[in-house]
Design a protein around this ligand. Structure first.
Ligand SMILES: *Cc1c(COP(=O)(O)O)cnc(C)c1O
Length: 393
């Protein structure tokens, strides 16, 4: 069977690795080394000149990290993958590689808080401006594209409001203007959504979340066309230096093996909790991917299933929102998502606190909004815990 014909359930276990290359070791070895020896001075010269394949120094490449990079490239159907020391190292390496002073970035309205912080810094230091668009119609995108627009940056589902953006539509308009589209696929993972297959150019992840899946590693991944990824590898990855350690790459390889079964369980639990939340009198709104874009049977749909993250609004104020969190028993108050444990947070005062209030409210991040990452526990237990806390506010 050709490698690209394998299903994702097989690719998460075998992608990028053949035990024959590693003395038969079933599990990929951890190459815990900073540098590599050259047999001769001439070999060192050839490696630096790019005339001979081989490792030089672990910031430029490491065999354990390379397995992970090939595996994520296989899962996202991209030509090359790169691993970073955090999701933000991945985001910054991509945005800095694609822009120069006085360029413009068009973004989905609703971004991870630190991505927003990075955009603000790029604006203040290098006059790289940005605009937000709802991206809900073709016009809403076309109207915001400028001659100096260097890239379009999209999160879908948008964190934390869980609104979806039609990636095929964004990719179509971007292609007319020859602008690359970057998608932060952290919430969906390649199991639920494959942006490159929908026509986008670069996909990135905070692998800290579902890809690692066990709350024990901070990491980022980028996948795209070989030429562009080669450029990142030789510039914003090599020279800024946010590379992943071999041990963290190994943790991700281990976590990824169960990505499809974990995602299905996260989705099952989230779907059940969404139904319960909708019926609770203290809850005024529930946000979860809308059925128009989600369908397990129809591969034309953007997402296979809705994912594990739910947001909801409650009656009351910031104080009631905080009380709700304080009344929970085993559900943990924590930012991050995609772990085995159910995590809950208050975006307005935690993940999105850096965003000025007016912009935050425009993005739909009210003081009453709560984000829940459904874990892998029994959904009945998760709901029981949430319900008793809701009943107390
Ligand atoms: C967590 C997160 C990031 C940042 O990733 P880190 O691994 O924390 O650096 C970026 N985008 C989204 C959507 C995230 O949830």
């Amino acid at each position: 069977m050709k490698k690209d014909e394998r299903h994702i359930e097989t690719a998460v276990i075998h992608g990028g690795y053949d035990s024959k290359d590693m003395l038969g070791s079933l599990t990929p070895p951890i190459f815990q080394t900073s540098t590599y020896t050259f047999a001769t001075a001439q070999q060192g010269e050839r490696r630096f000149a790019g005339e001979e394949e081989g490792y030089i120094y672990s910031r430029l490449g490491n065999p354990t990290v390379k397995i992970l990079e090939e595996r994520i490239a296989a899962l996202e159907h991209g030509e090359r993958g790169l691993a970073f020391s955090s999701g933000m190292a991945a985001v910054s390496a991509v945005l800095i590689a694609l822009t120069k002073a006085n360029d413009h970035i068009l973004c989905s309205s609703g971004l991870y808080g630190c991505t927003y912080g990075l955009l603000t810094m790029l604006q203040d230091k290098y006059q790289i401006s940005h605009d937000f668009s709802s991206m809900d119609t073709e016009e809403s995108i076309r109207n915001k594209i400028k001659p100096e627009t260097a890239c379009i940056y999209v999160e879908t589902p948008i964190n934390p409001t869980i609104r979806l953006i039609d990636l095929k539509m964004v990719a179509k308009i971007a292609r007319e203007h020859n602008i690359p589209v970057i998608v932060d696929n952290t919430f969906s993972t390649p199991y639920l959504q494959k942006p490159l297959k929908l026509g986008c150019d670069v996909v990135l992840h905070s692998a800290t979340k579902y890809i690692g899946g066990h709350g024990d590693v901070i990491a980022g991944l980028v996948v795209g066309k070989k030429d562009f990824l080669d450029t990142i590898a030789m510039t914003t990855q090599k020279d800024i230096g946010g590379v992943l350690s071999p041990f963290d790459a190994w943790l991700l390889l281990r976590g990824m093996k169960t990505l499809p079964i974990r995602m299905d369980r996260h989705c099952d639990n989230a779907e059940k909790i969404v139904e319960k939340l909708k019926d609770h009198p203290k809850v005024t709104a529930v946000y979860y991917p809308n059925k128009n874009h989600v369908n397990e049977q129809d591969t034309d749909k953007q997402m296979k299933r809705g994912g594990g993250v739910i947001s909801f609004e409650i009656h009351g104020s910031k104080e009631e929102a905080q009380q709700l969190l304080n009344h929970l028993s085993f559900i943990k108050i924590a930012v991050s998502l995609g772990d085995a444990e159910t995590l809950i947070e208050h975006p307005a005062t935690m993940t999105h606190a850096v965003i000025p209030e007016e912009t935050r409210l425009e993005m739909g991040i009210t003081d009453q909004l709560i984000r829940l990452s459904a874990g892998l526990e029994s959904w009945e237990d998760i709901w029981k815990d949430l319900e008793q806390a809701l009943n107390k506010i």
